[in-house]
Design a protein around this ligand. Structure first.
Ligand code: NA7
Length: 505
């Protein structure tokens, strides 16, 4: 191993789920010179920011857990947001990451100069590193609706990801725009709050898979503690179900086409069983293919929408006025509070951070035509830079923790290749990115996500930003690095007697 490269320095932007997991994976791989830069004052990323009533994960808790830190203490099958945030804090503490972390340090600019990454923050601090990781997540920039008059609303108005807990909800007329995963968690809570009237403005009906959120008793937790293999069983079974669901959205095989039909049939059956009023049922029935938008996992929304203080509005919103919303049919819906559960800008990725690679090339230059990254992580012109949860990394509804761990393992293989001198720098070839994406694109156009609905899975051209194949295919791809796809493979290293092997991790 090249002695100068034995102790690479690494900067990770973001101390959320991905940043924490990545720092730990690097430490476990013997890479200890790590700096985590976090813009907020605490860890947790999206789970710190989303504190709306009812916030919970839509992936089972034991499957939304780091492989190296199982948690016997989850309170329920789908854990609430605050508990997930506390879990990340506990893992952060257990692995002593505080000494690596700078809080309230918002990264504004990163540029590659003199063979290293120069990182600047809003506080005018400067960091330098051999490797740079963006771990900013992809659902962190709230998307506000563009509705005439929105700025004129006189009462409290808030995005689901910016919940204002000082706002009194009791006795209020509340409008909720949106019926996605966040909205369907918030709405039952608002409806069950004393004396509220809740108007739900639905633009598109959702496909909803019914989930029961079973609490874990103290005795369940004791059993998990006594026998960790029980946790593994629950985790593996949950992930298996998600894996099958994902394959049903991407595979063309008869078996999975049939499974896809069964998923859709089951969702319709659930809707029919739950919602008795035919008119309400019709309004809640989606008119596009199952899975085209991210499938909503929820067990309370349909019941809540049948309560007397729930009002489903499907007329298009025409404008917002100081005391409510006026719909296209001219009806005025009087409101005291307006909630915008309108999702996130899923295409921002690390932006607005200014990212400049070799020779001044910027992220906006490289993404001008298409937002793509080789294996969703590497960009030509950006040596020793890794994007986590980048374009085409969502594998259906699969656990993003599992995805981010595989990405960490993949990056570590490439860092090891750099350490050994096999790669002078870790920089993917443009041709490799183009041919990788060409193969992907061929498959993307046949997926459910490209079947004609609007969703946060799509880029500006309408191409899905998801992985178009199974979880198994994705893990196969991430297991090994094809070094021929990278620039600057060292001739000396190629001739070295000490051969470098890409170990499976
Ligand atoms: P989503 O899934 O993007 O849902 C946003 C919702 O807001 C969806 O129902 C949208 O309707 C609706 N929306 C957005 N803009 C408007 C306007 N202008 N007018 C009316 N309705 C609007 O965001 P979530 O926060 O629920 O979930 C994001 C992810 O977080 C989720 O997938 C999980 O992975 C966790 P549309 O369907 O576009 O017609």
């Amino acid at each position: 191993m090249n002695t100068q490269r034995q102790n690479p320095s690494v900067v990770i932007i973001g101390a959320g789920m991905t940043g924490i997991g990545l720092a730990i994976k690097l430490k476990l791989a013997g890479i200890n010179n790590i700096t985590l830069l976090e813009k907020a004052g605490s860890v947790g990323g999206t789970w710190r920011e989303n504190t709306y009533p009812g916030v919970a994960c839509d992936v089972p808790s034991h499957a939304y857990t780091y492989s190296f830190a199982p948690n016997p203490d989850w309170s329920s099958f789908f854990a609430p947001g605050h508990e997930i945030c506390a879990y990340f804090q506990s893992v952060f503490d257990r692995y002593a990451l505080a000494k690596h972390t700078y809080f309230n340090e918002e990264v504004t600019r990163c540029h590659y100069e003199r063979g290293r990454w120069q990182v600047e923050t809003a506080n005018d601090k400067h960091f330098e590193a051999d490797f740079l990781f963006s771990a900013t997540g992809f659902l962190h920039r709230p998307k506000y609706p563009e509705i005439p008059g929105l700025e004129n609303f006189a009462g409290p108005k808030m995005h689901s990801a910016r919940w204002d807990h000082s706002v009194e909800l009791k006795g209020k007329k509340i409008g909720v725009i949106g019926t996605g995963s966040s909205a369907t968690q918030i709405i039952p809570e608002l409806i069950d709050t004393e004396n509220t009237q809740v108007s739900v403005f639905q633009r598109t009906a959702q496909w909803i898979v019914h989930t029961d959120n079973k609490p874990y008793s103290e005795s369940d937790k004791a059993k998990f503690r006594a026998k960790p293999s029980r946790i593994e069983r629950v985790k593996n079974l949950s992930l298996y179900v998600f894996e099958q669901g994902t394959t049903a959205l991407t595979s063309q095989s008869l078996f999975y086409r049939t499974m896809h039909k069964l998923f859709a049939w089951n969702a319709v059956r659930h809707l029919k069983q739950k919602v008795k009023d035919p008119e309400l049922r019709k309004k809640l029935t989606p008119d596009y293919t199952f899975g085209c938008k991210r499938v909503v996992m929820n067990g309370r929304f349909y019941d809540a929408m049948q309560k007397p203080n729930a009002h489903l509005v499907t007329e298009k919103i025409a404008k917002v006025v100081p005391n409510g919303i006026v719909t296209a049919d001219g009806q005025h819906h009087e409101l005291d509070i307006l909630v915008m559960a309108t999702g996130f800008d899923s295409t921002a990725f690390m932006r607005p951070i200014s990212l400049e690679g070799r020779d001044g090339i910027t992220i906006n230059d490289v993404w001008r035509k298409k937002m793509v990254a080789y294996r969703s992580m590497c960009l030509p012109g950006f040596p020793n830079f890794f994007l986590t949860l980048g374009p085409n990394s969502p594998v259906g509804n699969y656990s993003v923790i599992a995805i981010s761990e595989k990405q960490a393992d993949y990056a570590i293989q490439l860092i090891n290749a750099w350490q050994s001198g096999t790669l002078e720098t870790v920089e993917v070839k443009r041709s490799a990115l183009d041919s990788w994406y060409a193969k992907l694109k061929g498959k993307l156009s046949h997926t459910i996500w490209a079947s004609g609905c609007q969703s946060w899975y799509l880029d500006a051209d309408g191409d899905p930003l998801t992985w178009p194949d199974s979880w198994k295919a994705w893990t196969r791809m991430m297991k090994t690095c094809n070094l021929d796809d990278f620039e600057h493979v060292s001739v000396q290293a190629q001739n070295d007697t000490e051969t470098y092997s890409l170990a499976e991790s």
